[in-house]
Design a protein around this ligand. Structure first.
Ligand code: MN
Ligand code: MN
Length: 477
């Protein structure tokens, strides 16, 4: 009997740790659900390429699903009741959604937090200049990018321009089928002898990431910068703006291509900005579908993670605490600071962020026994940090034990991971800032290839599993 397992093999199966490919474990019906879910995800990605767009799209979905703005609830004088759905947007760039649970807030809330900003290239405040018969825009990149990946691809420009009179102009160009696009040029190989000898980090410089913006001169011999004037004229006619309006603008350069299926079996999603919209979308969908929970569920979608969670829209801001304080006041008129602190220290959180999947093209940067793989489910990461866990948020073993039990009961397949070999590098997430408040936090999310590139790759089955995991966590007792 060649199929019969020996006693030792059975014992090995029983005692050893292994993780499995989720595709092989799920039913035909669940496969359909995976593909359906990712159709919605891809569409959402195409409409939410910036943090402002994410917050805007998420608000539309929230309102459709019965969520009410916190300010409206406060104005109405209503009390918090279980099942109530609340949201708040902070400066159009970060957002919190909540479904009120049966238990009082002080017994703790269940949070899934995922950032909605992504690495990109921003315009400088005085970007426009003419050189060699062309107009270009000066830029300063945002977050950790490999600069050489951002040249010679079609790019779009998204953002807002605030005019001197306070009027806000939405700008989005390069997304529609017949829109013009922009690009950053690179040197032809024929003349790249010097460039090709440089380190990859220096081959394309930050100051050299100038966006090609136009090339027709204005028809007036007496004007010195004719192409620049022509561009300014177009901008003025089309958007009513002048050059100085760039000073009070936030314009972000992102890849203009849309999210696509990848692979002959269509098992993967390729798109810009999946770090961390793959987790923030899954967390958002999970809370949109909730109606009854024991603990209050909170979906926290901060901005600025890619540059250190700083500023008044990042995870280090007071936005999260202020939101909870507002809820506490709505629940109990006799608010005091201790109630907020108690709520925080009784709360639990999944810091939902992407992790680097093992890439067969780049052997050797990861410890394969402690790395994550595409298609093997939710990635649980006990600690982040780099070189001796410095800067890590290190989850408590007791909390991990609790989550293992939950995910195993709910048949949610998971894997454990850390980011890279011990001395290779590392990274951080929003986890530490929420942990500092007393919240029990662990990092967990989706494995990704080509992280921080213009075209990141994830596995559809992992996306769906993370959505199921976040839902189970919200509902957990
Ligand atoms: Mn991230
Ligand atoms: Mn990132």
């Amino acid at each position: 009997m060649e199929n019969k397992k020996s006693e030792g093999q059975k014992l090995f199966d029983k005692l050893s740790y292994k993780n499995e490919n989720v595709w092989s474990k799920i039913s035909e019906k669940d496969r359909d659900k995976v593909f359906d879910f990712c159709e919605g995800y891809k569409k959402f990605l195409d409409h939410a390429k910036t943090e402002r767009e994410f917050a805007h799209e998420a608000e539309k979905l929230a309102r459709k699903n019965g969520f009410i703005a916190l300010d409206e609830i406060i104005k109405s004088g209503k009390k918090l009741t279980p099942g109530m759905k609340v949201y708040q947007i902070n400066r159009k760039k970060s957002m919190i959604l909540s479904v009120i649970g049966q238990k009082p807030l002080t017994e703790g809330v269940h949070i899934v937090g995922a950032h909605i900003d992504s690495p990109r290239i921003d315009l400088k405040q005085n970007p426009l200049y003419e050189d060699s018969g062309m107009v270009l825009l000066k830029t300063h990149y945002y977050g950790g990018i490999k600069k050489y990946q951002w040249v010679t691809i079609p790019l779009a420009l998204h953002g807002v321009i605030i005019k001197e009179n306070g009027e806000s102009i939405d700008f989005k160009l390069g997304e529609e089928e017949d829109d013009t696009v922009f690009t950053i040029t690179d040197l032809l190989p024929h003349l790249a002898a010097d460039q090709m000898q440089k380190k990859m980090s220096d081959g394309i410089t930050g100051e050299g990431l100038n966006l090609l913006f136009g090339s027709i001169p204005y028809d007036d011999e007496k004007v010195k910068e004719k192409v620049k004037l022509n561009i300014l004229n177009i901008l003025h006619k089309k958007y009513g703006i002048k050059e100085a309006d760039f000073v009070s603008a936030e314009l972000e350069i992102v890849p203009s291509f849309k999210a696509k299926d990848v692979g002959l079996d269509r098992s993967l999603v390729g798109a810009y900005g999946q770090d961390d919209r793959v987790c923030s979308y899954a967390a958002l969908q999970a809370i949109l579908g909730l109606d009854k929970t024991q603990n209050t569920a909170v979906c926290y979608l901060p901005d600025k993670e890619e540059i250190g969670s700083v500023g008044n829209t990042g995870a280090q801001s007071r936005f999260f605490e202020n939101f909870l304080a507002d809820l506490l006041v709505l629940e109990n008129e006799n608010y005091n600071d201790l109630l907020l602190r108690k709520t925080l220290s009784n709360s639990k959180m999944l810091s939902a962020d992407v992790n680097a999947a093992v890439d067969p093209n780049f052997e050797g940067v990861q410890d394969k026994r402690n790395a994550c793989y595409l298609g093997k489910g939710l990635v649980i990461q006990k600690y982040t940090g780099a070189r001796g866990k410095v800067g890590a948020s290190d989850a408590n073993a007791e909390f991990i034990g609790e989550l293992r039990r939950l995910f195993n009961e709910e048949e949610i397949l998971w894997q454990t991971s850390e980011l890279g070999k011990v001395d290779q590098g590392g990274g951080g997430t929003i986890a530490q800032y929420l942990a500092n408040l007393g919240i029990e936090v662990i990092d967990c999310g989706v494995a990704v290839l080509s992280m921080h590139s213009p075209f990141e790759v994830t596995s559809k089955v992992d996306i769906y599993v993370s959505y199921k995991a976040y839902q189970a966590f919200y509902k957990k007792n």
